[in-house]
Design a protein around this ligand. Structure first.
Ligand SMILES: [Zn+2]
Length: 436
């Protein structure tokens, strides 16, 4: 049985296009588009009432493990810099997670994503107390509500050699599993925290894995000056030299932040073209500064770095930050970050996301947004920044199936999930109190 969307104001971003027409989806794919689309007898027909329909959005960098962090007690220690934020907040949270907490965090984060029209997540996971098979728990949480994701485990040396080896093993296990499944729902990258918590043996192992699986690393890079400073102090080389020594800068790499990339690193990124995830709300929250996006020409994705999954809000903030700062980006440049996220996720998953054209994946957001001003291919990027919002997301189709209908999550009882999640959050927060 297929689904036919009629009277739909189809909005594409890659390239920008607006058309009031019909769409037919079947077997997880968009199969037909145009005014003459005929519904089969068995098809479900949805009249979109002339409202906006978008491709599902992609979050280019997130941490679902932090989905149950909202409202948690502030650390007792005083936080004076970015390293303190990691040490007393996130590295305490990730150590407090057990397998059930990992899965519940992923589920709650995925439900939130659906409500925002985000259908694919590029996630960076850490749970040092339960590393083995943790990516399966993340996958289970996401799979329960029918989204897609590109997952990795955040390898690090900060929990000793055994922790490092377990992280590498988890990435390898998940990559092997994904290479066999071929279902275009989940894919892997080779995850690592950041060069300043990874020694040379760890970086070399990550590079080997990336080559073996024909993929890239997913790494925080230059989020704060501490990354380069500790690389020089502890390992005797700059951050850029260490990335180069291990051939980690490739077109398949996913780097997050790049907030403090020096000129020579930016020149190399522009030439080699890894995907760089820009996370403006997180950067402001951590007071780590602003990425020089105006100087960077490699694909820049948009990510939330764990602050929810609302890509409309993240784009809006990216725009405002760019105007308030020195980058002065155009709406088209901000929206191109969402396009870059969809392209990179498509590459990893082996399916075409981010467009409402035939032969693309049926990951579709149906809104109740009727534009109050003319909306066309020329101004759609500006409308995205100033008029579109996640509050208009009404139905979501992901992987060709209903993920949300009339704002009700299709496959789980959201109220029950949220009530159960409160107990899980209490347990996580309680365990955090006993960690140093
Ligand atoms: Zn991050």
């Amino acid at each position: 049985m297929g689904i036919v969307l009629t009277n739909a104001l189809l909005v594409d971003l890659d390239p920008p296009n607006v058309e009031l027409t019909s769409l037919r989806i079947d077997h997880g794919m968009i199969v037909e588009r145009g005014r003459n689309v005929d519904a089969n007898d068995a098809d479900e027909v949805i009249d979109c009432g002339g409202c906006m329909v978008l491709p599902g959005l992609v979050n280019g960098h997130t941490h679902l493990y932090s989905a149950l962090a909202s409202g948690m007690p502030a650390p007792g220690e005083s936080i004076t810099n970015f390293h303190d934020v990691l040490k007393y907040v996130w590295w305490r949270l990730d150590r407090a997670l057990d397998g059930d907490a990992v899965e519940m965090s992923a589920l709650v984060g995925a439900v939130h994503a659906i409500r925002c029209g985000t259908t694919t997540l590029i996630d960076h996971h850490a749970s040092p107390s339960c590393i083995s098979e943790s990516l399966d728990r993340v996958e289970n949480g996401i799979d329960r509500v029918g989204l897609r994701a590109v997952l990795c485990y955040e390898t690090t040396d900060r929990n000793g050699t055994a922790g490092r080896e377990a992280g590498l093993a988890e990435n390898r296990r998940f990559l092997e599993k994904c290479s066999k499944s071929g279902d275009h729902k989940f894919a892997g990258l080779v995850g690592g925290h950041a060069c300043f918590t990874l020694d040379d043996a760890s970086l070399a192992s990550m590079a080997d894995q990336a080559e073996k699986f024909d993929t890239g690393v997913h790494l925080h890079v230059a989020e704060d000056p501490v990354d380069d400073a500790i690389c020089r102090e502890r390992y005797g080389h700059s951050l850029l030299d260490r990335l180069n020594k291990h051939n980690l800068i490739t077109s398949r790499a996913v780097f997050a932040h790049g907030t403090h990339l020096p000129d020579d690193a930016i020149a190399q990124f522009n030439q080699t073209r890894p995907a760089l995830a820009h996370n403006p709300r997180s950067n402001m929250n951590n007071a780590v500064g602003y990425t020089r996006i105006g100087d960077i020409s490699c694909p820049i994705m948009l990510g939330t770095d764990g602050i929810g999954a609302d890509m409309f809000t993240e784009a809006h903030v990216a725009w405002l930050k760019s105007r308030d700062g020195s980058a002065g980006q155009s709406p088209a440049q901000i929206v191109s970050m969402l396009v870059a996220s969809a392209r990179r996720a498509s590459q990893a998953l082996g399916v075409q996301l981010g467009s409402l054209q035939p032969d693309h994946a049926a990951d579709i957001v149906i809104t109740d947004f009727l534009p109050a001003t003319p909306l066309d291919a020329e101004n759609v990027v500006a409308q995205f920044i100033f008029a579109f919002s996640s509050q208009h997301v009404r139905h979501v189709i992901a992987r060709g199936e209903w993920a949300m209908r009339d704002r009700m999550i299709a496959s789980v009882d959201e109220s029950a999930v949220r009530i159960e999640a409160q107990d899980v959050a209490r347990s996580i927060w309680s365990r955090m109190q006993s960690l140093d």
